[in-house]
Write a protein that binds this ligand. Sequence first.
Ligand SMILES: [Zn+2]
Length: 202
Amino acid sequence: MEKNIEKKLKEIISLLSDNNIDLNKPVINDLIHQLIKKNPYYNSVHYNNETNEYEIILDSNITLKGNLGIIFKESQINDRNITTDQISYCNQNNNCKNVLKEKYCKFYHPHSELLKLKNNNLISEEYFNTMIQYQKNYHPKSWLYKPEYKKNSLRKIGSKNNLKTDIFMLLNNPDRKIIIEEFKSQIIHDILLLKEIYKYDT
Ligand SMILES: [Zn+2]
């Protein structure tokens, strides 16, 4: 349980244990209201301790897995003195030589994919634990909608009036798997952002 909620729950319990407490006291209503607002999050987002990823299953056939990532500024992307790794998915996937040699890879490897390597004894537990500390990061333009066939970080799907064309273009794009993975990781990133807003908007 989130510490904040646990603390609020304890506050309510201690207030309720006082026999003279007025149940309509604003402080109790306020605390209960805060709890009700936060609880739905735990019904929809699961934190996987083994992979250090948040998971959401939509309609039993779409699984989103990921974390809150860094959206770099454009000036940082072009600055050689700043490390802006983990933006692109590693195109070598689980055949990546860096990973198999337990070296650092500057491209992102989904944690649940690395888990398969660990479970097959192809990477050590220690290396796995280091790698799952990295999260998927983003190019600042990846939220910018501009449907184009060519390879770039712009969002290729997003508007109702152009949906059929966008989907057709996407399904015929040789990079569709990566584009969809990027889109899914952005959705969970946005949901986790929303969760952060609600943590403080009490
Ligand atoms: Zn790699």
